[in-house]
Write a new protein. Structure first.
Length: 196
């Protein structure tokens, strides 16, 4: 990588770090181009060059943290032997990620991120394909072995991760959920809906 490319990557990373700090401190309303340029010392032109717009910053930040979450989910599956333990590991890894990274998780689950992710869903899915592949392969292998119900993979993925996402969103917005209790209760119920 050339020095110019290294500087470009460092600038982009600096913008994303500052954007997350601003989001954590001030919420969506505080995440403005002016606030990012002021906090990061990066010019507006540079932000536009790297991200295209403020919405591009939000999208890049959400994608970056989504990638980290998917890495954690993939790693959780590497440590289990059967489908039941895998479902439990996915629930535990997702909720642990949210608890350890509440600011990033709040942004990932925000209306602003949802709007950008919906607008670019196919591109994002393609960009995350390498990280999604281990999850898809694990689900397919467990279906082939007869441990998981025979449903289309997107449906199976939604049955496992959808309830966890909903609980994470509630915890992030209202804080009225005990995540340890939710993990215990949800993992068994999710398993009963997808296991054989």
């Amino acid at each position: 990588m050339s020095p110019k490319q290294q500087r470009g990557e460092a600038t982009a990373a600096q913008v994303l770090d500052c954007a997350l700090d601003l989001y954590e401190a001030r919420g969506e309303a505080g995440l403005t181009l002016g606030a990012i340029t002021s906090a990061s010392g990066v010019s507006a032109g540079s932000v536009y060059h790297h991200f295209g717009s403020l919405q591009g910053v939000v999208l890049a930040l959400a994608q970056s943290w989504l990638g980290r979450l998917l890495d954690d989910l993939g790693a959780a599956l590497e440590e289990v032997d059967d489908a039941r333990d895998g479902v439990h590991a996915l629930v535990r890894a997702y909720l642990r990620f949210v608890q350890l990274n509440p600011g990033a998780a709040r942004l990932m689950h925000s209306v602003a991120a949802d709007r950008e992710i919906d607008a670019h869903a196919r591109r994002i899915r393609g960009a995350q394909e390498a990280r999604l592949a281990p999850l898809a392969a694990w689900l397919h292998a467990r279906q082939s072995s007869g441990e998981l119900v025979d449903l289309p993979l997107p449906v199976l993925e939604s049955l496992i991760l959808g309830p966890v996402t909903a609980v994470a969103r509630r915890w992030l917005s209202l804080g009225d959920v005990d995540l340890a209790e939710a993990e215990r209760a949800m993992a068994d119920r999710i398993w009963r809906s997808v296991g054989r």
